[in-house]
Design a binder for this molecule. Structure first.
Ligand code: FES
Length: 83
C-alpha cells in the first residue's frame, strides 16, 4: 500500500505531562509525517524548514523532496459535487 500524507505542520507538538510515560521521559509526537520513528518525532522535520506556503511537496524514502501539483482527493470531488 502507498500512502501520500498532506500535512501543514512543520514541527513537533510537545505532549502534556499527563501524556508522558514515566519510563520513556520527554517525547514528542511527529506532525510532519517524515519521522522514521512514527508516531514520535525523530528530527526529520528539519527538512521542512524552507518549504514555501501554498506549495505541495512529496518526500521519497531517501528524503529527496519533489514539488507536485495540488492533489485532488475523493473528498475534494465530493465537496465540489462531483462524486
Ligand atoms: S515533527 Fe516529524 S520528525 Fe519531528
Amino acid at each position: 500500500m502507498t500512502r501520500l500524507v498532506e500535512l501543514e505542520a512543520n514541527g513537533p507538538r510537545k505532549l502534556e505531562p499527563s501524556d508522558i510515560d514515566d519510563e520513556k521521559g520527554d517525547v514528542a509526537v511527529c506532525q510532519c509525517g517524515l519521522s522514521a520513528e512514527l508516531p514520535f518525532c525523530d528530527g526529520s522535520h528539519r527538512a521542512t524548514s524552507d518549504e514555501e506556503e501554498g506549495t505541495t511537496y512529496v518526500y521519497d524514502d531517501d528524503g529527496e523532496r519533489s514539488v507536485v501539483d495540488r492533489i485532488v482527493t475523493h473528498r475534494d470531488r465530493v465537496d465540489d459535487g462531483h462524486e
